[in-house]
Design a protein. Structure first.
Length: 157
């Protein structure tokens, strides 16, 4: 059962190690996006480097490092309940305004048996809802670029 879930973990992983765009040197350009920001819940464009650059904010809230840092999640059940409750709130809010939930996972943390089982329960929970897109950050970046393209000029509002 857990082996089958590992395939789902790969599909849902939102911070893929080594993925194009993770914590780049933005000034050099050529990156699809970066996630070195914690200041918002939805992607946005910045023009700080003289050209459009896409930011897909990261999270410390729905991040399994809380399991290791002693920040409110002591057990796998805490992990599940927090993810589920945050998802449910965002799903309700998303009926009016689109929302994005980042879940940051690390194999050394979520890969432990009890935590993997808790995450599998979370995946099962969200799959029971409609109008949910489970994707990687590069897919979000590509979608955002198509649906919300950057302005042509940095001087435009």
């Amino acid at each position: 059962m857990l082996i089958a879930r590992m395939d789902q973990l790969d599909l849902i992983q939102v911070v893929a190690a080594g993925s194009r765009g993770q914590y780049p040197h933005v000034e050099e350009g050529g990156f699809l996006y970066d996630s070195d920001a914690y200041n918002d819940e939805l992607p946005y464009w910045t023009y700080d480097y003289g050209r459009p650059h896409l930011i897909i904010p990261h999270t410390l809230d729905d991040n399994d490092t809380r399991l290791a840092r002693g920040l409110g999640w002591g057990q796998a059940e805490d992990f599940f309940v927090s993810l589920r409750d945050n998802f449910d709130a965002l799903h309700r809010e998303g009926e009016q305004t689109p929302k994005m939930m980042t879940v940051a996972l690390h194999c050394r943390l979520t890969g432990k048996p009890a935590r993997a089982a808790a995450f599998a329960r979370f995946v099962d929970h969200i799959l029971r809802h409609d109008r949910v897109w489970i994707c990687r950050r590069n897919e979000i970046a590509e979608h955002w670029r198509r649906q919300h393209p950057a302005r042509d000029s940095v001087s435009q509002p």
